[in-house]
Design a binder for this molecule. Structure first.
Ligand code: GLA
Length: 348
C-alpha cells in the first residue's frame, strides 16, 4: 500500500509504503528510506511499534536524529571531514563539531528515494534508489545506490545495499533504526538484554573518532559477549563511557567480514519477550544507547523520547576508515560493486 505522507517545501511529495509478511508490519518513507514504523507481536500476540519515529514529515525534515533512515555515503564519523585517496585530498561537508557524521549536512537520510515495490516468491519488499552526484557533500564519483528492504515469509526484515561509482571513492552504508522492543515511547531500554559477539571495540577520542586501537572488551563495560542488560555498566566511570555519554562505540565483530550475513547480536526485552537477532556481512557495528535523546522530541505515539529510550545497532565498516590504514578498507573503485547485507529476525 502506498499513500502520501507529506509534501516538502519545494513541492515534492513524500510517500509512505506499508508492507506485511510473516507477522511483521513495516512502514517506509521515501524520505531518507526511513523505517517509520515496524510492528511485531509480543509473546501474547499483541503488536507494538518497536522503532522510534515521527507521525509527520515536518519533524523528519526539521529534527530527526536519523530515525530509521538510510545513512550514506559514509555511516559514522570521518575525522575533520577530510581524507586522501590516490593522492587527492577531499574536504567533506562538516556537521558534527569539526567532523563529518553520517555523510554530512545533507546525507542520504535527507534525500527522497525512488521506491519500487516487488514480490518474489513468498517475499515482499521495496527497492530504493538514489544517485548521488559527483562531489555531493564533497565525496568524489557519481554513486549509484540501490537498497532493497525485504520482508520474508518468516517475518525477517532484510536490508541489501549495493553501490557503484565512476571514480574511486569511499562508501559505508547503514540503516539507523532506533529499537525499543517494549514499544516506542514506553520508556528506557536499560532493562533490555544485549549480546554482541565482539572481543574488541574501537576506543575513541573526545570527538568520538577512533584512536586506531582495537582494544579488548574483557574486564570493561564493553563486554557483551554474554548477555547483560544495557543498564548494567552504563554508569561506570570508564573514560570511554564518559566520552560517549553511554555506549556510542564501534564493536569489532569476531566473525569479521563475511560473504553471507552471519549472526552477531541478540537483543531481548524480558517483559514482552520480544527478541531481535541480527546478522550481517559487515565487520563492525555501532552500538549507540540513545544518549542524545533529551526529552525534546515527541514520537509517533505522542510520547516524548528521553535519554536511553532506544538503542541502535548500525552495521558498518569502522568509523574513520578512510584515515585509518589498519582498518578494513572502505574504498570503492569503478568496475567494483559495493555490497552489504543485514538481516533482522524477530521472535517472542
Ligand atoms: C550515531 C552516532 C551517534 C549519534 C547518533 C545520532 O549512532 O554514532 O554519535 O550521532 O548516530 O544522534
Amino acid at each position: 500500500m502506498k499513500e502520501v505522507f507529506g509534501t516538502l517545501a519545494d513541492g515534492t511529495k513524500v510517500h509512505r509504503w506499508s508492507l506485511e509478511n510473516g507477522g511483521t508490519r513495516l512502514k517506509v518513507l521515501s524520505y531518507g528510506g526511513a523505517v517509520q514504523s515496524l510492528e511485531t507481536p509480543d509473546r501474547r500476540g499483541r503488536y507494538a511499534n518497536v522503532s522510534l519515529g515521527f507521525d509527520n514529515l515536518e519533524d523528519y525534515v526539521a529534527k530527526s536524529p536519523y530515525f530509521g533512515a538510510l545513512i550514506g555515503r559514509y555511516g559514522n564519523r570521518i575525522d575533520q571531514g577530510r581524507f586522501t585517496l590516490d593522492g587527492t585530498t577531499y574536504q567533506l561537508s562538516v556537521n558534527d563539531g569539526e567532523n563529518t557524521l553520517h555523510g554530512g549536512d545533507r546525507g542520504f537520510d535527507k534525500r527522497v528515494w525512488d521506491v519500487e515495490p516487488f514480490t518474489k516468491g513468498s517475499d515482499t519488499g521495496l527497492h530504493l534508489y538514489w544517485t548521488s552526484a559527483d562531489g555531493e557533500m564533497g565525496f568524489p564519483g557519481t554513486l549509484r545506490v540501490k537498497v532493497t528492504y525485504t520482508l520474508t515469509r518468516g517475518g525477517d526484515w532484510r536490508v541489501d545495499y549495493e553501490a557503484t561509482t565512476d571514480k574511486a571513492t569511499v562508501v559505508n552504508l547503514t540503516n539507523h533504526t532506533y529499537w525499543n522492543l517494549a514499544g516506542e515511547g514506553s520508556g528506557t531500554v536499560e532493562d533490555h538484554e544485549l549480546e554482541i559477539a565482539a572481543s574488541r571495540y574501537t576506543p575513541v577520542n573526545a570527538g568520538l573518532i577512533p584512536t586506531g586501537e582495537l582494544a579488548r572488551v574483557a574486564g570493561t563495560p564493553f563486554d557483551f559477549r554474554r548477555a547483560k542488560t544495557i543498564g548494567e555498566d552504563i554508569r561506570e566511570a570508564h573514560q570511554q563511557i564518559l566520552y560517549g555519554q553511554g555506549f556510542d562505540h564501534n564493536f569489532v565483530l569476531d566473525k569479521g567480514i563475511t560473504s553471507r550475513p552471519e549472526h552477531f547480536a541478540t537483543v531481548r526485552d524480558p517483559r514482552s519477550g520480544r527478541t531481535l537477532r541480527i546478522a550481517t556481512t559487515e565487520p563492525g557495528v555501532q552500538f549507540y544507547s540513545g544518549n542524545f535523546q533529551d526529552g525534546t522530541l515527541v514520537g509517533t505515539g505522542g510520547r516524548a523520547y528521553r535519554q536511553g529510550d532506544a538503542l541502535c545497532l548500525e552495521t558498518q565498516h569502522f568509523p574513520d576508515s578512510p584515515n585509518q590504514p589498519s582498518f578494513p578498507s572502505t574504498v570503492l573503485r569503478p568496475g567494483e560493486t559495493y555490497r552489504s547485507t543485514t538481516v533482522h529476525s524477530f521472535s517472542s
